[in-house]
Design a protein around this ligand. Structure first.
Ligand SMILES: [Zn+2]
Ligand SMILES: [Zn+2]
Length: 347
């Protein structure tokens, strides 16, 4: 089998090996579609603090081609979708219900979505693999991982206000894939959404996906005018100034989910009086739990979530090097990669 490995910053190499036989609890799958992700691009540019170089890519779906002992929920030729990690269930974080913070989350992770075949670890198979509903395309099914992150963010938000879990309105900073997935979730839940986006193309996309108001990020006056107006805010732009902005946008009693990660050591400033006297909840959100994955799976399976506009193009898996060079030049946001086709189509 062939897998694309990230071997150093900006260096992707194809490696060939014999396809492994799945051990107890494991599945071997043939990848049918994979997606590029902002985290992959960050890793491509500068490595990842928690992940070693090696097999690359984590968002995918495919078909089961071999089943390990003790697996009874899946059989050969099942179409499946999954996320790359699963919690251990035994560490102190898991015991407290913070499975998304599991100390062993990144042990035994299913990396290698950019390739022909992929071995899914037993703990992932046990908790975070699902049969792909027929009506979902493989590319849509590969959205399970980013959508699970988004569902987790909304669950963090909901838990922060027992009286009114769903806010009346939300302001989303950033219209990359994650910002737009938050928008799709909001629209589906009936929450009025304002999106702060950069560039005409992203602004138009946000309004076509159902944003009630779209503000151009460089229109400082319009952005400042939103201060103190939002019942809920999702920060999805990943910069220190937008973290500060997120808190400033919340109205008294508002909730702010700081969704994007900043480099370790980064410090963000907030107006202390506004946070205190306005009783504003600042909330972190990271990764997902198996319950979030299940919820994301059910929402995707129920239909009505159109992720197609979020895909910048469908490309051949063999062109992975060129696709990352394009992403590095900021051409496109999220590409779908399909193995084995000269003329890749939506699938
Ligand atoms: Zn991802
Ligand atoms: Zn754990």
């Amino acid at each position: 089998m062939r897998q694309a490995h990230l071997t150093a910053p900006r260096t992707i190499e194809w490696r060939e090996s014999n396809a492994p036989k799945p051990g107890p609890g494991q599945l071997l799958v043939r990848v049918r579609a994979a997606l590029t992700c902002g985290t992959d691009l960050k890793t491509y540019r500068r490595g990842h603090p928690k992940l070693a170089y090696g097999p690359f890519g984590h968002e995918a779906s495919g078909d089961v081609i071999a089943v390990g002992k003790e697996v009874d929920r899946f059989a050969t030729s099942d179409a499946v979708m999954w996320v790359q990690t699963a919690p251990c269930g035994e560490c102190e974080k898991c015991a407290r219900g913070f499975e998304n913070l599991c100390e062993h989350l990144f042990d035994d992770i299913a990396l290698g979505a950019y390739g022909d075949e992929l071995l899914l670890p037993a703990k992932v198979v046990r908790q975070n693999v699902y049969k792909k509903p027929e009506k979902l395309s493989y590319i849509e099914a590969a959205f399970l991982e980013p959508f699970s992150c988004v569902v987790h963010g909304w669950n963090v938000l909901r838990r922060a206000d027992a009286r009114r879990p769903l806010p009346a309105d939300v302001t989303i900073i950033g219209a990359g894939t994650i910002g737009l997935l938050h928008l799709i979730y909001a629209v589906r839940a009936g929450v009025n959404a304002t999106v702060i986006a950069r560039g005409a193309e992203r602004c138009e996309l946000a309004s076509s996906l159902g944003a009630k108001t779209v503000v151009e990020a460089d229109d400082t006056k319009a952005v400042v005018a939103l201060a103190g107006s939002a019942s809920a805010v999702f920060e999805c732009a990943g910069t220190q100034p937008t973290w500060t902005l997120a808190a400033a946008l919340a109205r008294p009693g508002g909730r702010v989910v700081l969704f994007s990660g900043l480099p370790s050591g980064a410090v963000a400033e907030f107006d202390a009086a506004k946070i205190h006297y306005g009783e504003i909840a600042l909330l972190g959100a990271f990764h997902f739990t198996p319950a979030d994955v299940r919820e994301a799976y059910e929402l995707l399976g129920r239909g009505g979530i159109d992720v197609k506009p979020l895909v910048s193009g469908v490309e051949r898996m063999d062109d992975i090097v060129r696709v990352f060079e394009r992403l590095d030049r900021r051409e496109g946001h999220k590409f779908a990669l399909v193995p084995g086709s000269e003329d890749p189509q939506w699938m």
